[in-house]
Design a protein. Structure first.
Length: 259
């Protein structure tokens, strides 16, 4: 029971919250990162330097772990990384592998979604005990799509596209629950509490940041855009998240006097 749980991408947007959640539960944790541990970091976890893209450090990172939460992601290397991780996990004694994926990857023909779907297949056919959770987009991602345009005279968004963002901390809670349980296969999807128009979310992000920009919806052609407009990234029957987008914005935005 004292074997650690390995979190790949343990310093990323999701991974660091998963790590904090597992530590709060009193569990031994090993963080996998491409970078060395920061000097002065005295939090009670182990650290493994590993480059999934190259496969360096994998065997050491997986040595004697009880389970793995695979949060690391890279649009160019997801498939190769999943394959390397699975092979190393088999060598390490077949720990429970929990994989985070995305709602709609079997509907929306984005290249990144195709790689996530292939990574899911690798996990399913790995011979390891496994669990896969699909979620909708995180609040952070939705907000960033607007804030990266803050220096432009207008903010562009996709016309007719609805989004159902979910709070990253709630996803981390669910992953922590899953990795402590028995392997469950493909579990029910997890989505945010509200289905919202992308234009409305962009406007809300601007207001919270104190920015005045006109939001310009673009109606793009092609199958990807049509599938998005048809609700390909939504899971309205799985609206289990509690934190709304406005609550997320309020929590991340400092009071006016501190901006």
């Amino acid at each position: 029971m004292n074997k650690p749980i390995l979190v790949t991408g343990g310093t990323g947007t999701l991974g660091r919250v998963v790590v904090a959640r597992l530590l709060a539960d009193g569990l031994p944790v090993r963080v996998m990162s491409r970078r060395p541990r920061r000097e002065g970091d005295e939090r009670p976890y182990e650290w493994a330097v590993c480059d999934l893209a190259k496969g360096t450090g994998l065997d050491a990172a997986l040595a004697d772990v009880r389970a793995v939460v695979h949060c690391a992601t890279n649009a160019r290397n997801d498939v190769a990384a999943a394959r390397r991780l699975v092979e190393a996990a088999r060598r390490a004694g077949s720990p429970h592998l929990v994989y985070i994926s995305i709602v709609g990857i079997d509907k929306v023909p984005l290249p990144y979604y195709r790689s996530k779907r292939e990574a899911e297949r690798i996990v399913r056919e790995s011979g390891l005990p496994w669990t896969i959770l699909r979620t909708t987009q995180f609040h952070d991602l939705v907000a960033t799509m607007t804030t990266v345009q803050r220096r432009l005279p207008v903010v562009l968004t996709l016309s007719g596209v609805r989004v159902q963002p979910v709070e990253v901390a709630e996803v981390a809670d669910r992953l922590a629950e899953l990795v402590q349980g028995a392997p469950a296969g493909r579990v029910p999807d997890m989505a945010g509490p509200e289905v919202r128009d992308a234009r409305d979310l962009a406007a809300a992000t601007l207001r919270a940041a104190g920015l005045r920009r006109r939001v310009v919806p673009l109606r793009l052609p092609g199958k990807i855009a049509r599938t998005l407009r048809a609700g390909g990234i939504l899971a309205p029957d799985r609206a289990v998240g509690k934190v709304t987008f406005e609550q997320y914005l309020a929590a991340r935005t400092p009071p006016a006097g501190r901006r």
